[in-house]
Ligand binder design. Structure first.
Ligand SMILES: [Zn+2]
Length: 176
């Protein structure tokens, strides 16, 4: 884990923000929404690294923008995040176990004595299994939580409030 420090950038709503906020159409599914329905989109930008005794600290600027979003889309996005996180961990663990066992199964079935590279092969299959499992779990999580008619959270990038920020080097999400 790296050290992360967040600096909150100016969050004042600009004129364009207000224009975007007044829209009563959900950005993600084009349905009419109530006035108070919106999604808070966090953005971050790399600020620099400061060296310290406990290691380097990665500094980020953070800001958020609210864009119109109905409750169904908000819930879908939240579910997608949760399922992807859960299945990513599960997939990673499953991939780790498969990667650990598979080389032994193959060696036993082929009835060849393990050579000195066997340890390296096991490490590689564990690594490959963990990474593949985590990616598959993440993608599966996105599929499970997907609601028809709802665009994914990443579609926020194209919103008129967010798009100019992307051009300035801001990235969607909070820094980890
Ligand atoms: Zn919606």
């Amino acid at each position: 884990m790296q050290n992360v420090e967040k600096f909150y950038a100016d969050n004042a709503q600009t004129k364009t923000d207000k224009a975007g906020l007044n829209s009563t159409i959900c950005w993600f599914c084009d349905k009419t929404i109530a006035e108070d329905e919106s999604a808070e989109i966090y953005l971050h930008k790399f600020r620099g690294v400061s060296m310290g005794l406990t290691g380097n600290t990665y500094e980020y600027l953070v800001l958020s923008r609210r864009i119109p979003c109905c409750r169904i889309c908000s819930r879908t996005h939240e579910n997608t995040r949760q399922w992807s996180r859960r299945l990513m961990i599960l997939g990673g663990i499953a991939g780790f176990i498969v990667g650990l066992i598979l080389p032994f199964v193959i060696v036993l079935n082929l009835e060849v004595p393990p050579d000195k590279e066997f340890g390296t092969i096991v490490l590689l299959t564990i690594l490959g299994g963990t990474v593949c499992g985590a990616i598959l779990g993440y993608l599966l999580g996105h599929k499970i939580a997907f609601a028809p008619g709802t665009k994914p959270e990443t579609y926020a990038r194209q919103h008129p409030l967010i798009e100019p920020l992307m051009g300035e080097g801001w990235k969607i999400g909070k820094p980890e």
